[in-house]
Design a binder for this molecule. Structure first.
Ligand SMILES: Nc1ncnc2c1ncn2[C@@H]1O[C@H](COP(=O)(O)OP(=O)(O)OP(=O)(O)O)[C@@H](O)[C@H]1O
Ligand SMILES: [Mg+2]
Length: 462
C-alpha cells in the first residue's frame, strides 16, 4: 500500500476537488455556450426558410430562381455553403439548388407528417467531406410542398477558442492549486512538525518537559494540551513506579538483612538447642513479616494492572462483621482491650466478600496494633436507604494532623518511632483504599494524637 504523507493527501484532495469543480464548471459553460450558438444558427435557418415561404406566397413562378439566388448568398459568417431544396408532400425532390447528391436529407413518412402539420424539423448530419450540415425542413403554406435548407458549418472557431481558453485556464488553475495546496498544507502542518521535534526530545528521564502550547485556540492548541496532560500522567505514574520499587526493595531488604545477620551470628559457634530454637523463632517472625509484605505487594500489583478478578455479589455485611468481631475479641482479649460491637442485622451491599474481609481485617489489625493495653475498640455497623456505614473507633496512639494525609500512601508508616515495635510494611491502608474505591465507597479518618482514631467506611447499599 502506498503510504502518503498528510501533506500529500491534503494537496491531492484539494487539487481533486478544485479540478473536479473546474471540470464541471467548464463542461456546463461549454454546453451552454454551444447550445446558445446552435440556437442562433437555427434562428438564421428559420429566417431563411420563412423568407422563401413568404416569397412563394407572392410569386409562385420564380420560386426556383429565387431559391438558387438564396443558395448562392453567403452573408453568414458561420456558414460557407448552403443548399435549398423544394420537396413534394411525399418527400421527393422537386428542385435542388445544388447538384451535390448528399446535399439533401431524406425524410421518413413519420417526419413528413410532422412537418406538414406545421412543425419545422431540424437535423445535423455530416456531408461527404465530413463537415457538419445543419438542415431545416418546413412546410410551404399550401401544405403540399416542403422547403429544405441546409448549411454547411464553417469550422466553429469561437467554440474552439472558447474551449481552448477554458482548458488552459483550468490547467493553470490545477497547477496553481497543486503548488498552492502543497504550500498551504506545509504551512498548516508546520506546528505538527514542530510538535514531533519537541516530542522526540522528550526522553523517559525528562518526562517533566512539556510541549509549547500556542495561544491560538485551535486544534493544535488542543492537541498540545492533551499531549501535555498525558505527559503529566505518565510522569506521575513513572515516578510512582520508581518510588514503589525503591520502597519495596527497601522494605524487603530490612527483614532479609536481619534474618541473614541472625543466622550468620548463630552459625559462628556451637549453641544449645534452646538457643537455636530462639533464633529460628525470630527468623520465622521475620519471614512472616516478609511474606505478608510480599502478599500485600502482590495484591497491589494486581490492582494496579487491573487484573484482580473481582466477584461482586449481593452480600450481607453484617455477617462479615460478625465473623471479624469474633477474631477481634480473641486478639483484643490477649491485650486486655475492651471491645464493643453495635450492628444492624441486615446491611446488604454489592461486594466481593473476600475483599470485604481483607478490608476489615486490615483496619482491625491496625486498631489492635496501635492501641495500647487496656484500651478500647468499638465497631458500629449502621445503614440507611442508600448507604451502609461501618465505624471503627479505637482509643489508641492516634495519628498527628501532619501525618494524617499520608497514611494511605504505600509504605507510609506514621509515628514510626512510637510504633517501632509493631510489625508492618505500611501497605494495609493502601489496600483498604483500593478496596473501598473499587466498591464506590469512601473512607474518612478522624484522629487525635494519644487519644485515638475513628475510621468510617461508607459503601453503597444494595
Ligand atoms: N488505628 C490506628 N491508630 C493509629 N495509627 C494508625 C492506625 N491505623 C493506621 N495507622 C498509621 O497509619 C500507618 C499506615 O497504616 P497501614 O495499615 O497502611 O500500615 P501498617 O499497619 O504500618 O503496615 P501493614 O498494614 O502493611 O502491616 C501505620 O503505620 C500507622 O502509623
Ligand atoms: Mg496495617
Amino acid at each position: 500500500m502506498i503510504s502518503w504523507t498528510i501533506r500529500t493527501k491534503l494537496t491531492f484532495w484539494y487539487t481533486c476537488i478544485l479540478g473536479g469543480t473546474l471540470f464541471l464548471f467548464g463542461i456546463l459553460t461549454y454546453v451552454t455556450f454551444s447550445y446558445v450558438n446552435s440556437k442562433s444558427i437555427d434562428i438564421g435557418l428559420k429566417e431563411e426558410a420563412d423568407g422563401i415561404v413568404h416569397y412563394a406566397q407572392l410569386s409562385k413562378n420564380n420560386l426556383e430562381e429565387y431559391a438558387i439566388r438564396i443558395s448562392k448568398e453567403s452573408g453568414e459568417e458561420w456558414a460557407h455553403e448552403k443548399y435549398v431544396a423544394i420537396l413534394d408532400h411525399t418527400g421527393n425532390v422537386q428542385f435542388l439548388s445544388s447538384s451535390t447528391a448528399d446535399n439533401y436529407l431524406h425524410l421518413s413518412s413519420h417526419q413528413i407528417k410532422d412537418i406538414l402539420s406545421g412543425k419545422p424539423y431540424y437535423k445535423t448530419v455530416k456531408n461527404a467531406k465530413g463537415h457538419p450540415l445543419r438542415i431545416i425542413t418546413m412546410a410551404m403554406d399550401d401544405g403540399k410542398q416542403m422547403i429544405q435548407i441546409g448549411f454547411v458549418f464553417k469550422k466553429d472557431k469561437t467554440s474552439r477558442t472558447f474551449l481552448m481558453l477554458l482548458m488552459s485556464l483550468g490547467g493553470f488553475a490545477i497547477v496553481g492549486s497543486l503548488l498552492g495546496g502543497r504550500l498551504m498544507a506545509k504551512k498548516a502542518l508546520k506546528p505538527v512538525e514542530h510538535m514531533i521535534q519537541e516530542l522526540r526530545n522528550i526522553q523517559t528521564e525528562h518526562l517533566n518537559e512539556r510541549l509549547t502550547v500556542h495561544p491560538a485556540k485551535d486544534e493544535m492548541n488542543n492537541l498540545a494540551t492533551v499531549i501535555n496532560s498525558m505527559l503529566s500522567r505518565l510522569e506521575d505514574s513513572f515516578s510512582q513506579v520508581r518510588q514503589f520499587t525503591a520502597d519495596a526493595s527497601h522494605e524487603l531488604r530490612t527483614p532479609i538483612t536481619i534474618m541473614k545477620t541472625g543466622i550468620e551470628v548463630a552459625l559462628r559457634k556451637g549453641r544449645t538447642a534452646l538457643n537455636y530454637q530462639r533464633i529460628l523463632a525470630n527468623t520465622l517472625e521475620d519471614l512472616e513479616r516478609l511474606s505478608k509484605i510480599v502478599e500485600n505487594l502482590f495484591i497491589l500489583a494486581k490492582a494496579d494492572a487491573k487484573r484482580y478478578e473481582m466477584h461482586r455479589e449481593r452480600m450481607n455485611l453484617s455477617n462479615v462483621i460478625t465473623d471479624i468481631a469474633d477474631q477481634l475479641m480473641l486478639i483484643a482479649e490477649a491485650k486486655h482491650i475492651s471491645v464493643s460491637i453495635e450492628k444492624t442485622e441486615d446491611a446488604f451491599i454489592a461486594g466481593d466478600e473476600l475483599l470485604m474481609r481483607m478490608l476489615f481485617l486490615n483496619l482491625i489489625d491496625n486498631a489492635i496494633k496501635y492501641t495500647p493495653q487496656k484500651g478500647s475498640i468499638s465497631l458500629t455497623l449502621s445503614k440507611n436507604a442508600d448507604f451502609v456505614r461501618v465505624a471503627l473507633k479505637d482509643s489508641g496512639i492516634g495519628i498527628s494532623r501532619e501525618e494524617l494525609p499520608y497514611i494511605f500512601d504505600r509504605f507510609y508508616r506514621a509515628n514510626k518511632a512510637r510504633s517501632a515495635d509493631t510489625s508492618g510494611g505500611g501497605l494495609g491502608l493502601s489496600i483498604c483504599q483500593w478496596i473501598i474505591k473499587s466498591h464506590h465507597g469512601n473512607i474518612i479518618v478522624k484522629s487525635k494524637l494519644h487519644k485515638g482514631s475513628t475510621f468510617t467506611i461508607t459503601l453503597p447499599a444494595c
